[in-house]
Design a protein around this ligand. Structure first.
Ligand code: BES
Ligand code: MN
Ligand code: ZN
Length: 493
């Protein structure tokens, strides 16, 4: 979808649909809205009296366009004026996009009154303009078509709005890139395929580089966690390393690191998961997708900070060679782990990835992982879990959560959670008690981030949505891509 910013009035703009935003509880139309209302002979004013349209965020109704040069007019709710913010703009724009796609309208126009809202509007349009049906071969034309074009009509400040629109579209493109990876079936997105996508993405941008370690390099570097988890799979594990470097030279430039869990499928291994819902375990690379999506965003928005990305990609399968419950692994940092449950595999691959990230001496490290069912049960699908003992880093990430729309919710990480992960015959066990499962998982990881500033995001509840909504169509949400990019933005300050 292309977004054109043009100086001019909405009512004179040629489009399939003109989109008019109205606040709830307000019967007054002014400026652009009043002009469009005159052109459609008061149809907007009439809609404001509808029983089923209150102007709430997420509501929208089509009205006939009368003399306006558009097929239809879409009246979109913006909610209460005093509560109107970026999130409301984003959802309202997404709602407009969904309504138009469902009505098979491909070209829409908005009045962009508030310059600052245009980033969120572009992001909302871009995120709603996504189709998860990656492998459809029949009746493609029956799907809601993708939008081709949107026009933002402005009075002035064209350049400022263009820059903001570009940012919003970059953020949506990163999210959609992540969603594609998450929605892709695991036999299409193997660890090798994910590495190839990362390389191909990095090649598109001069400020990104990507290196990939295959099984031989992983072996040579004694990444025992990644080796152990991948042992039961015919698919070779991959360790993906990304770097974003700002174009301009920055004095005393900081480096930060992002780490992602990239289990392209998690059967549980020998500790096999029950069949019901197992197909969803293709989303177990959601942390990796968030990291890759964030690099896709940063390549365009160009924050003033160097960012390293590390993705441990593997497939967790049961097999004759697979690790068994009770088996011993020696991790890259030399610590020994009893694998008492082969389904607690994410922490094993992350342990090595965190240790390697630490060796690059970044200012701080943040990892994202679909790590525990416990976190999903605790927090549901709105916010991800955030665990860290570094209050300053937590503050930074909470701010990034608010700024990006990917919400975070802090959970405790304490010495107790580390103590519960002590092993019987080895340094560590990979399973703690059922209670507080998200916290002990973080406690396990903390052994590998020791000495670094570090925060852990458990995104198990937020990577996937069923049934979905206007902003997030059913399937992978791309959660974390915008959050990581916002963390980089905050670190650059
Ligand atoms: N990938 C899963 C976590 C998960 C489960 C995410 C369901 C989303 C939905 C992870 O590898 C896992 O299996 N974790 C176990 C850990 C347990 C064996 C200690 C879990 O949460 O049950
Ligand atoms: Mn598992
Ligand atoms: Zn897993």
């Amino acid at each position: 979808m292309k977004i054109t910013v043009r100086q001019g009035s909405l009512v004179e703009t040629r489009a399939d649909a003109l989109v008019v935003g109205v606040h709830s509880g307000s019967k007054k139309l002014s400026g652009e809205n009043a002009a469009v209302d005159r052109a459609c002979q008061g149809a907007i004013r009439e809609a404001l009296g509808y029983e089923d349209f209150k102007g709430d965020v997420g509501q929208a109704v089509f009205v006939p366009s009368g003399k306006a040069p558009a097929k239809r007019i879409l009246v979109v709710g913006l909610g209460e004026k005093k509560k109107f913010d970026g999130a409301a703009s984003r959802t309202a724009a997404a709602t407009a996009a969904k309504c138009c796609r469902d009505a098979r309208l491909k070209n829409l126009a908005f009045a962009a009154a508030d310059e600052d809202a245009t980033t969120a509007m572009a992001e909302g349009l871009g995120m709603a303009n996504y189709d998860p049906a990656l492998h459809l071969t029949r009746n493609k034309d029956k799907r809601p078509p993708l939008l081709a074009k949107a026009t933002f009509c402005v009075k002035d400040k064209v350049a400022g709005v263009r820059a903001r629109v570009a940012r919003g579209l970059a953020q949506a493109a990163g999210v959609n890139f992540s969603r594609d990876l998450v929605n892709e079936p695991s036999n299409c997105l193997t660890p090798t395929a994910m590495a190839n996508r990362a390389k191909a993405m990095a090649r598109q941008f001069p400020n990104l580089t990507c290196r990939v370690w295959g099984p031989r390099d992983i072996e040579k570097n004694k990444m025992g966690g990644i080796i152990g988890v991948g042992r039961g799979s015919a698919e070779p594990s991959q360790f993906i390393q990304l770097e974003y470097k700002p174009k301009r030279q920055i004095k005393g430039m900081k480096t930060i690191a992002f780490v992602g869990k990239g289990l392209t499928f998690d059967t549980g291994g020998i500790s096999l998961k029950p069949p019901a819902g197992m197909e969803l375990m293709k989303f177990d690379m959601g942390g990796a997708a968030a990291v890759l999506g964030a690099f896709r965003i940063m390549a365009e928005t160009q924050p003033d900070v160097r960012v390293l990305g590390f993705v441990a990609a593997a497939e967790n399968m049961p097999d004759g060679l697979a690790i068994k419950p009770g088996d011993l692994l020696t991790m890259m940092n030399g610590m020994t782990v009893e694998v008492n449950n082969t389904d607690a595999e994410g922490r094993l691959v992350l342990g090595d990835a965190l240790h390697y990230a630490k060796s690059k001496k970044p200012e701080f490290i943040v990892d994202a992982a679909t790590l525990t069912g416990a976190c999903m049960i605790a927090l549901g699908d709105v916010a991800c879990g955030l665990m860290s003992e570094d209050d300053k880093l937590v503050k930074l990430i909470e701010g990034a959560g608010k700024a990006s729309g990917d919400e975070v919710w802090r959970l405790p990480l304490q010495q107790r959670h580390r103590d519960l992960m002590k092993g019987h015959v080895a340094d560590l066990t990979n399973t703690g008690p059922r209670e507080g499962g998200a916290l002990t998982a973080a406690g396990f990881l903390s052994n590998f981030a020791e000495g670094a500033r570090w925060a852990h995001l458990d995104i198990a509840g937020t990577v996937w949505t069923d049934p979905g909504d206007a902003l997030n169509p059913k399937g992978g949400t791309g959660f974390g891509a915008r959050l990581f990019a916002a963390i980089a933005e905050a670190a650059a300050k």
